[in-house]
Design a protein around this ligand. Structure first.
Ligand SMILES: Nc1nc2c(ncn2[C@@H]2O[C@H](COP(=O)(O)OP(=O)(O)OP(=O)(O)O)[C@@H](O)[C@H]2O)c(=O)[nH]1
Ligand SMILES: [Mg+2]
Length: 202
């Protein structure tokens, strides 16, 4: 049986960092995992683990921009269309990995998850190849800063869930950046400081 995890989420949410951490975890627990880079614009030195399968071996945004004069987003769309027209390439690459775990690092353009048909088509192709596919959606903790931001972040996650239709885990990333809110009694702030005396009164 083969498994694939699509690591998705908005730009800079921490997808590549998450992929590297999962790879470290798999290695530490003596399991085989392979990194797949699905971002045709990824910088070559941006990976802690070198990808076993890299879309840039098929096509890169830089080549599309140079040769066809597209911008970065048009270039990305072109690359995904090209990938879907050349699924035999991916099939061949994946064919080498039996009984393995593929960690798929996706690009950060949110429209890929919410309304383009590319990723759902890719998922259907992976399932056709016998891959059990699931997804992780990363949302930065900074989305908790205010309720409007949080709502938009959560809705984008839901839109992606509905679009991809695979088992799904939403992860709030960069939690180390969250500071306690002094107004929040639960955080032990000035207004609700849980001192021994206050606890005794409760
Ligand atoms: N503080 C903190 N920074 C993080 C964490 N995870 C990732 N970062 C930083 O966030 C930045 C973006 O991380 P990446 O892993 O490149 O994010 P990405 O989602 O792959 O970005 P794109 O591929 O460009 O969409 C980097 O500077 C990381 O070091 C985290 O848990 N905490
Ligand atoms: Mg990345």
């Amino acid at each position: 049986m083969r498994y694939a995890v699509l690591v998705t989420g908005p730009a800079g949410a921490g997808k590549s960092t998450f992929c590297a951490s999962i790879m470290t975890h798999l290695h530490a627990s003596r399991r085989t995992g392979h990194l797949v880079n699905l971002d045709p614009a990824a910088a070559p030195d941006s990976f802690e683990y070198s990808p076993s399968i890299d879309i840039k071996d098929l096509i890169s945004v830089q080549d599309v921009m140079n040769e066809l004069g597209y911008g970065p987003n048009g270039g990305l769309v072109y690359c995904f269309e090209y990938l879907l027209q050349n699924m035999d390439w991916l099939e061949e690459e994946i064919g080498e990995y039996e009984d393995d775990y593929l960690i798929i690092d996706c690009p950060g353009q949110i429209e890929l998850y919410t309304h383009h048909p590319f990723l759902p088509t890719l998922v259907k192709n992976l399932q056709r190849l016998g891959m059990r596919t699931s997804a992780v959606y990363l949302l930065e903790s900074q989305f908790m800063e205010d309720k409007y931001k949080f709502f938009s972040g959560v809705l984008s996650a839901m839109s992606a869930m509905v679009n991809l239709e695979v088992p799904w885990i939403n992860v709030m990333s960069k939690m180390d950046l969250v500071l306690p809110n002094p107004e929040d009694p639960a955080a032990g702030g000035r207004n609700g400081l849980r001192t021994r005396r206050n606890i005794a009164r409760e």
